[in-house]
Design a protein around this ligand. Structure first.
Ligand code: ATP
Ligand code: MG
Length: 578
């Protein structure tokens, strides 16, 4: 079940349990009162909204408590890492509004010291070279209920281990022929502690160190030592590393390192209708289910950016979901809410017709045009007003007309009168149809010249106000409407034999190519946000939009009261039938 947003605590008070721990450490003078956190992505994919939670938490902790935050690329698994990912991660963190200054680090810069630490463990009798195969190691490890067994290679001498480890590095053994393991306890109740692997042989070129190494350190060995080398005070990570904390501490304790960061775990972000695992996101890109990492339907930072999300909206979302130790799933509606809230303040209102229906105002003089004054943002008077052209031929939204409307349909219908926003009252006098298909192709309406600006001097009321554009002045555009990428709340919940992409929403992207916008939008710059009145928030697509062929993305809809009424009516009809 999705959880509701947590209320941010009083300003000033630590707003989550991790902040409380760190603030207490600062108050007690631990680490000399310093706070050093890090954000440690592996450059094997683009960042997603889950990473944003971690970024906001780590940078937020340091910013609030007078500390600093390192950006560290955790790049010890060369097969899938690349400079493209490094660059995208930097761009995304910066765009979110965080600054690591000159504190960017790479675990691959520590390959030499890490090797030395491994040698030290061997000297201490705490690590050994093992020739069991991967399958045998798994089998020897035991299970949750069964203790593991010692490898026959476990009791080799220090000298032999030093020699073998040196030869591993020297490239004398084939990939997988042997590994370096910590010598801890094969009967430990925490399986992580049953002689975990520290190094494996892998002849894969590394995007930074090239072919200098054919052995690479494992995450558990690398992470704690990288934190230590950088003087991190609080190493914040997600819950799946809870069992690894014992190993994190064991490595640092055994090596008696001069500093010992504290690992603290929190629950990762899950969003409904969304997958948040890089492995799955890569699959979506590679299978062509989306157009790329920055497809506006992707839960990546670059996808959200292209969709029209703002850093403020994302940061606000991360603040509102809070930080807890229990796993939960957040409703995607909360993200959308945060975006609306932000765009409501900053987006200029404009008129755009997505599915145009031509309206001819039969009593408006032919060839005449005029300009009407429109408000750019009722939330922000400083954004001023603009003038929009009006003429005898306009477009309205197809769905704003129904020939045979139900009672609560307050838009246009034969004989009914509505207001055109900032313009006049119009009345539908005649419906023109395609004789072949019966499709409505044009409405012939009259306008009331006395209602200019939107009010009738005789005090008569209309119940609906429609947006519109002047047909001869309008600029054409393509508009892309997005909805959830998955039809299932939890797309990860896949039956045996199924695949998570089985739940992809076939209607997650709808492309409308016949849209008509008010003429001022021809000058809109890529990325800039607008509220299309009555329709939602949209932004100019940064990749595909051209001055001669505008492309807009729908960032988020407005709340649709009509949809709600329909839902209610359908429900009550269904209830009546029962
Ligand atoms: P994924 O599981 O999506 O592949 P990952 O954990 O392998 O992600 P990393 O690059 O290792 O990706 O993550 C960098 C940091 O971001 C880690 O500290 C990780 O705990 C954190 N992080 C990753 N996913 C989430 C999430 N969904 N919510 C919160 N933090 C996350
Ligand atoms: Mg990871």
């Amino acid at each position: 079940m999705p959880i509701s947003p947590t209320t941010p605590a009083e300003a000033g008070a630590p707003t989550n349990f991790i902040k409380q721990i760190v603030a207490a450490d600062v108050a007690a003078g631990k680490n000399g009162g310093r706070v050093v956190t890090r954000f440690p992505p592996e450059p094997n994919g683009y960042l997603h909204i889950g990473h944003a939670k971690s970024i906001c938490l780590n940078f937020g902790l340091a910013a609030e408590l007078g500390g600093i935050t390192h950006l560290r690329f955790d790049d010890t698994d060369p097969a899938k890492e690349s400079m493209e990912y490094v660059a995208s991660i930097m761009e995304d963190v910066r765009w979110l509004g965080f600054d690591w200054k000159n504190r960017v680090f790479f675990a691959s810069d520590y390959f030499e010291p890490l090797y030395e630490f491994a040698v030290q463990l061997i000297r201490l009798g705490k690590a050994y070279v093992d020739h069991l195969s991967a399958d045998e190691i798994r089998e020897y490890r035991g299970t949750l209920t069964q203790p593991g067994r010692n490898s026959p290679y476990r009791d080799r001498s220090v000298a032999e281990n030093l020699d073998l480890f040196g030869r591993m590095r020297g490239g004398e053994f084939a990939d997988g022929a042997c590994v370096l393991r910590a010598k801890i306890d094969m009967t430990a109740s925490n399986i992580v502690m049953r002689d975990p692997t520290l190094y494996r042989i892998k002849r894969v070129s590394h995007y930074r160190t090239g072919d200098a190494w054919c052995i690479y350190p494992m995450y558990d060995f690398t992470h704690c030592l990288s934190d230590m080398l950088e003087g991190i005070t609080h190493s914040v990570c997600t819950l799946e590393f809870e069992n690894n904390r014992e190993l994190y501490d064991w490595v640092l304790d055994t090596l008696q390192t001069p500093c010992h960061p504290q690992q603290i775990e929190f629950a990762r972000l899950n969003l409904n209708y969304t997958v948040l695992s890089k492995r799955k996101l890569i699959e979506l890109v590679e299978r062509g289910n989306v157009s790329g990492w920055d497809d506006p339907r992707m839960p990546t930072i670059s996808g959200y950016r292209r969709r029209g999300y703002t850093p403020e909206a994302i940061r606000n979302f991360c603040e509102r979901i809070g930080v807890a130790r229990a796993d939960s799933t957040v409703d995607i509606g909360l993200m959308e809410h945060c975006l609306r809230e932000d765009l409501n303040r900053r987006a200029a209102r404009v008129m755009a017709v997505l599915r145009p229906l031509k309206v001819t105002l039969v009593n408006y003089p032919e060839g005449q045009t005029e300009e009407l004054e429109a408000i750019n943002n009722p939330e922000d008077p400083s954004m001023g007003t603009r003038r929009v052209p009006f003429s005898r031929e306009i477009f309205i939204e197809c769905e704003d007309f129904l020939e045979d409307p139900p009672k609560k349909f307050f838009r246009l219908a034969p004989g009914r009168e509505v207001r055109l926003r900032y313009a006049y009252f119009i009345r539908c006098e005649e419906v023109v149809k395609d004789p072949a298909t019966g499709e409505v192709t044009e409405l012939r309406c009259t306008y009331d010249a006395a209602t200019r600006g939107g009010d009738a001097p005789d005090g008569r009321k209309v119940q609906g106000t429609l947006h519109w554009v002047s047909a001869p002045h309008a600029v054409p555009a393509e508009v892309r409407l997005y909805s959830h990428l998955f039809t299932k709340e939890n797309p990860n919940d896949v039956p045996p034999g199924g695949h998570f992409t089985d739940h992809i929403n076939p209607a997650s992207l709808e492309v409308l190519t016949e849209c008509r916008l008010e003429p001022g939008l021809s000058a809109a710059t890529p990325g800039s946000p607008f509220q299309f009145e009555r329709l939602g928030y949209f932004c100019v697509d940064v990749k595909d939009s051209r001055p001669e062929r505008l492309v807009f993305n729908r960032s988020v809809t407005l709340r649709d009261t009509w949809a709600k009424i329909v839902r209610k009516e359908t429900n009550s009809k269904q209830n009546n039938r029962k």
